[in-house]
Design a protein around this ligand. Sequence first.
Ligand code: BYC
Length: 313
Amino acid sequence: MENALNEKSFQDKIDEGISIEPKDWMPETYRKHVLRQISQHAHSEIIGMQPEGNWITRAPSLRRKMVLLAKVQDEAGHGLYLYSAAESMGVTRDELLDQLHTGKAKYSSIFNYPTLTWADIGAVGWLVDGAAIMNQVMLQRTSYGPYARAMVRICKEESFHQRQGFEIMTVLSEGSSEQKEMAQDALNRWWWPSLMMFGPPDEESPNSANALKWKIKREGNDELRQRFVNQTVPQAAILGLKVPDTDLKWNEAKKGYDFGTPNWAEFKNVISGNGPCNKERIANKIHSHKEGAWVREAAEAYAAKKNKASIAA
Ligand code: BYC
């Protein structure tokens, strides 16, 4: 009886838009749900530093190096605000990190794709941070107070990140034919994984119903993905680059683009720990990126594959 009353006043608070604070009563299912999302989000910020961090020493100018360094530092800050928000739910940072290192906690699928060229740093800022903002704006009003407050600052910084990426893509796409080709190649490789950042389609999203009821998420995965496509396709046109989707076309009736289906089998593979990089990461725990070796190996493997394909052609 007492529990039913607690549940009712909890849901009433949510419905009235009153945030839930650490000492408030909350159902255990809500606590677990929010903790899962915050911890995944925090890990994504930290793991997300790695593909970009490896380019700090390779950035083509001092200015680019400084900007990238600042961006990667911001991501570390985001991870730390989010770990603090998670700790307010009664878990220690050691426990959170242990879950990451043992593969129990997920992190965003996107960070399992390697950054092979400098253009990838542009594509990550433009597309990955672009998708992150699209998803995170609503999280500034998520129902758990500490998470919402962390997101306000994070969103401010993300918009700078998106712009720095777009600027890199602008310079490359206006450069030599090799630079333009590099930008197009980066778009080809990052487009579909970026669409997967929004999670599976709504009908296959087991967490969405509770997330929406409890106002943890305020919009569905498909709605946000559609908005991202609508925003990004015209940006690709400004860059003179082609979005790698033969099904993409403007739909006047819905005032948005129809687009193809991401490879959900690949997504499932990546989030279950079998992506191009995560298997190795989990196996080697924290040391897999030591001294940039992983980026160099991935770049070599990619160059060899490309070379093989051009010989075959
Ligand atoms: N990757 O029921 P669903 C950044 C999992 S970093 C991996 O729809 P939900 C940046 C999902 O966890 C910011 N797993 O889930 C940093 C669930 O499995 P579990 C990244 C994914 O939670 C450095 C299952 O699939 N942003 O910006 O309602 C450099 C079913 O999904 C993914 C965030 O972390 C995925 N993409 O909705 C540059 C945002 N998608 O847990 C940039 C915060 C789904 O039941 N997170 N799964 O085993 C969210 O907004 C939501 O968690 C999601 C998924 C929209 C991602």
